[in-house]
Ligand binder design. Structure first.
Ligand SMILES: [Zn+2]
Length: 331
């Protein structure tokens, strides 16, 4: 039900990257669940620990342009990562990056990145078998066909869906994206594809919709169901999400759903670009339960990924939701 592999974590500090996307978000969630009085000792029932999968260029080619994807496997790898993780400013200075503090050069992050991405596909496979799987990783929804931004080099959910479709495991899929930021890469990748329906509820005017990108930029591509939330409208968030899910239910039945359960809409998130949406802890937990119960009512297998979440405390949201899910499913 939960997929976790320490070797699929990105360990940003090792590469001098100072983005506050901390591996502790995943590690502490697993520690919390392992030490839970009703879950401890029952790990065999709820934890898939470790997997051997990786992402090959051919998997990326189904989503990303050949030139862009191939660059991760040749001498352009470091440049691909610098661009996607936004490590270099236009004036050449560094942004959330201190190469002098790095233990390893940037390009050595690629094997972990490709393993992390493959975990999303593995999560989809487990979800199809077990009905539900939550991966402690994944959700790089700002990955576009031929570029990455917003800390997202490649779009793992899109790659996973194409891989599952190619294997004949699924035909139609829903993507429910409740991260604070709009799922722009996902919307653009599946824009003309009726087999994948996308829903994104996000900050109405936060990055990438903050006006910093020109109107022709693919980040403005609408999702099938876009739910923009203006700053100060938090009290309407859950009802609008519920209405959006009802609209999704009117579309033809899929084989499964992917959920990008980013925890950056939480008021405790520390990334400045999330501060236009400030849901309380209670609203966050209610949000995840709403999506879970919606999919349960549809009898749909669901694969959940962690997506965005920044700072020392964001593990608390995942932990609260997963505690609830596991106790619900195991008892
Ligand atoms: Zn986000």
């Amino acid at each position: 039900m939960i997929l976790f592999d320490p070797s699929a974590l990105l360990d940003f500090p090792r590469y001098g990257i100072q983005i506050p996307a901390l591996d502790s978000r995943k590690i502490r969630t697993i520690e919390f669940l392992r030490s839970h009085p009703q879950l401890s000792g029952r790990e065999r029932e709820w934890l898939h620990e470790g997997f051997d999968d990786t992402t090959e260029p051919e998997h990326l080619f189904r989503v990303h342009s050949r030139d862009y994807a191939q660059g991760f496997f040749d001498e352009q790898a470091a440049d691909r990562l610098k661009a996607a993780f936004e490590l270099v400013n236009p004036d050449g200075t560094y942004n959330r990056w201190n190469p002098q503090s790095a233990e390893n050069p940037l390009e050595e992050l690629i094997p972990s990145l490709m393993k992390m991405e493959a975990g999303t596909w593995r999560t989809g496979k487990i979800a199809l078998d077990e009905g539900f799987c939550h991966y402690m990783g994944g959700g790089a929804h700002h990955g576009h066909r031929d570029f990455g931004h917003g800390f997202c080099p490649v779009n793992d959910v899109a790659v996973a869906i194409r891989r599952l479709q190619n294997e004949g495991a699924v035909n139609r899929v829903w993507i429910i994206d409740v991260d604070a930021h709009k799922g722009d890469g996902t919307a653009a990748i599946f824009r003309d594809d009726d087999s994948v329906r996308t829903l994104s509820i996000h900050m109405a005017s936060g990055w990438p919709l903050d006006g910093s990108l020109p109107p022709s930029h693919p980040s403005w591509t609408p999702s099938d169901i876009d739910i923009p939330v203006e700053s100060g409208e938090e009290q309407f968030y859950l009802s609008r999400l519920s209405e959006g899910l009802d609209r999704l239910a009117d579309s033809s039945g899929p084989d499964m759903a992917f959920v990008l359960a980013g925890v950056d809409p939480w008021e405790g998130d520390i990334l400045p670009s999330t501060h236009l949406l400030n849901l309380s802890m209670e609203q966050m937990i209610e949000r995840d339960r709403l999506v879970y119960q919606f999919l349960e009512a549809q009898s749909l297998p669901s694969a959940w990924v962690t997506a965005g979440g920044y700072g020392e405390d964001s593990w608390r949201i995942h932990s609260a939701f997963l505690e609830w899910v596991l106790l619900r499913r195991l008892t």
